[in-house]
Ligand binder design. Structure first.
Ligand code: LMR
Length: 394
C-alpha cells in the first residue's frame, strides 16, 4: 500500500533549522526561521499570554467541543482587532484555523469550491510554503513581479502590469504587511492602486496577514487589508496569531471571507464549516482562548500591545544599527534598504554562494535566497553580521 511513497524534498526553512541545531560552533547566529527572539536569544511567552493562560486555567470548566467554525467570541475579538470597522458583519464568514497556514490552506480550498477554474497570482518571490501548498492541492499559479533586485524595493510598475492580467474569478495572493521573504512593502497609496486594478479585473484578493504589528504598528499594518475589504465585493483574509501573540506552537489563526451579500455569506459560512469538518473537524481552542481573553480585557490588551510595540521597535533599532554598520564598513549607502524594509525579514540580495560562505566562515545562518531574520540579531551580533556580509563580497 505504501509502494508509491516518494522522498519529499525538505522545506528549506525547516531544514535550515535542523542544520543550525546540529552546528556545534560557539556563537552561531540563527537568522533563518521566522521566529522572534529577544536580545538574549529566547522566544519569550508574552506577559499577557501568561496571565491569560492563568485565568483560563482558573476559570475553564469544560473541554467539550466548541463551535465547528471556532469559538464565536474569538472570531469576533480577533476579526475586530484585524479589520476594525472594515468588517462588514452581514457579508463576512469566518473560520478559526490551525495557524495562519491553516487559514491559507482553507482559503485556497474554499476559493476552488467557488471557482474550480481559478488561477492564483503570487508575488515573485513569496513564502516558499505558499508554492508548496499550491502544488500539493493542484491549483495553478503564475507569479507577478514584486521585488526589484536593484533597489531591493517593490517593482511596482511590474506588479501592476502583471496583476492587470488576472482574470475575473482568479485569486491574487497579497502579503498584508512585512512581505515574506523580502521585507519590501507597498505604501497605502500603492495598495489603493492595486485595489483599483483588482476592481477592474474582477480578480479576488487573498491577503496573508501573518505579521501584523511587526512593521509600522498594529493599525498601520492592517491598513492595506482594510482598504481591500472596504473597496471590493469579495476578499479573503488569512490572519495568524503565531508571531504577534508569540504563540507559534498553539496554531492559532483566522480565515475571514467577505462575499457580495448576506445570502452568499450563509453559503460561505457553510462551506467553511464543511471544510473544517473534512480536514480535522473542530479547530484547536487553547490559543484562540488566549487571544480572546487578551483582546476582551482592556488591561491585558494594553499590556499585549505595549509588549508587541517593544518587539517592533527593537527590530527597527536593529535594522538601523545594521544599516549604519554597513554604511561605515562600505563607505556607501547601498545597504540602506535594510532600514526601509519592515517586519522580521530582509532579502539581502546575496548570491547562494555568498550565503553559504557567510554560514561556513561565521556560523551565521540565513535562508538560501539571502532572507535574514532581523529578530535573530542583537546589538552584539549586528557588527559580526555586517563584517561577514562585507567579507563575503555582498
Ligand atoms: C517563516 O517564513 O520562517 C515562518 O513563516 C515559519 C515557517 O513556517 O516557515
Amino acid at each position: 500500500m505504501f509502494g508509491n511513497l516518494q522522498p519529499q524534498a525538505p522545506d528549506k526553512i525547516l531544514a535550515l533549522m535542523g542544520e543550525f541545531r546540529a552546528d556545534t560552533r560557539q556563537g552561531k547566529i540563527d537568522l533563518g526561521v521566522g521566529v522572534y527572539k529577544d536580545p538574549t536569544g529566547l522566544t519569550p511567552v508574552m506577559r499577557a499570554v501568561k496571565e491569560a493562560e492563568r485565568r483560563i486555567w482558573e476559570t475553564e470548566t469544560t473541554k467539550a467541543y466548541t463551535a465547528l467554525a471556532g469559538e464565536p467570541a474569538y472570531l469576533q475579538a480577533l476579526s475586530s482587532m484585524v479589520l476594525a470597522d472594515a468588517r462588514d458583519d452581514a457579508r463576512t464568514a469566518m473560520l478559526s484555523t490551525v495557524g495562519g497556514t491553516g487559514a491559507i490552506r482553507q482559503a485556497l480550498e474554499m476559493a476552488r469550491m467557488g471557482n474550480p477554474d481559478l488561477t492564483i497570482h503570487v508575488s515573485d518571490p513569496t513564502w516558499p510554503n505558499h508554492l508548496s501548498i499550491l502544488k500539493f492541492v493542484g491549483i495553478p499559479f503564475v507569479e507577478y513581479r514584486y521585488f526589484d533586485a536593484g533597489t531591493r524595493g517593490v517593482d511596482f510598475e511590474g506588479m501592476k502590469a502583471d496583476i492587470a492580467r488576472a482574470k475575473k474569478g482568479d485569486l491574487v495572493l497579497l502579503h498584508g504587511c512585512c512581505h515574506n521573504p523580502t521585507g519590501a512593502n507597498l505604501t497605502l497609496d500603492q495598495w489603493a492602486e492595486i485595489v483599483a486594478i483588482l476592481d477592474k479585473t474582477g480578480a479576488v484578493p487573498l491577503v496573508d496577514l501573518a505579521y501584523q504589528g511587526f512593521g509600522d504598528g498594529l493599525e498601520e499594518d492592517a491598513a492595506g487589508t482594510r482598504l481591500v475589504l472596504r473597496s471590493l465585493p469579495d476578499a479573503l483574509v488569512a490572519a495568524s496569531c503565531s508571531k504577534n501573540f508569540g504563540i507559534y506552537r498553539e496554531r492559532t489563526g483566522l480565515l475571514m471571507v467577505q462575499v457580495a451579500d448576506a445570502a452568499q455569506k450563509d453559503l460561505a459560512q457553510g462551506a467553511l464549516a464543511f471544510l473544517g469538518r473534512q480536514n480535522y473537524s473542530f479547530p484547536p481552542d487553547h490559543g484562540a482562548r488566549i487571544v480572546q481573553t487578551i483582546l476582551d480585557d482592556e488591561d491585558l490588551a494594553a499590556d499585549w500591545k505595549a509588549e508587541l510595540e517593544e518587539v517592533r521597535l527593537g527590530m527597527l533599532g536593529l535594522r538601523q544599527q545594521l544599516a549604519e554598520e554597513l554604511r561605515n564598513l562600505t563607505g556607501s549607502d547601498r545597504f540602506d534598504f535594510i532600514e526601509r524594509h519592515r517586519g522580521m525579514f530582509s532579502r539581502l540580495g546575496a548570491t547562494p554562494q555568498q550565503v553559504q560562505k557567510i554560514k561556513e566562515d561565521n556560523a551565521i545562518y540565513m535562508v538560501g535566497d539571502s532572507r535574514l531574520n532581523i529578530a535573530g540579531l542583537n546589538r552584539d551580533s549586528v557588527p559580526i553580521l555586517a563584517r561577514a556580509i562585507v567579507e563575503a563580497g555582498v
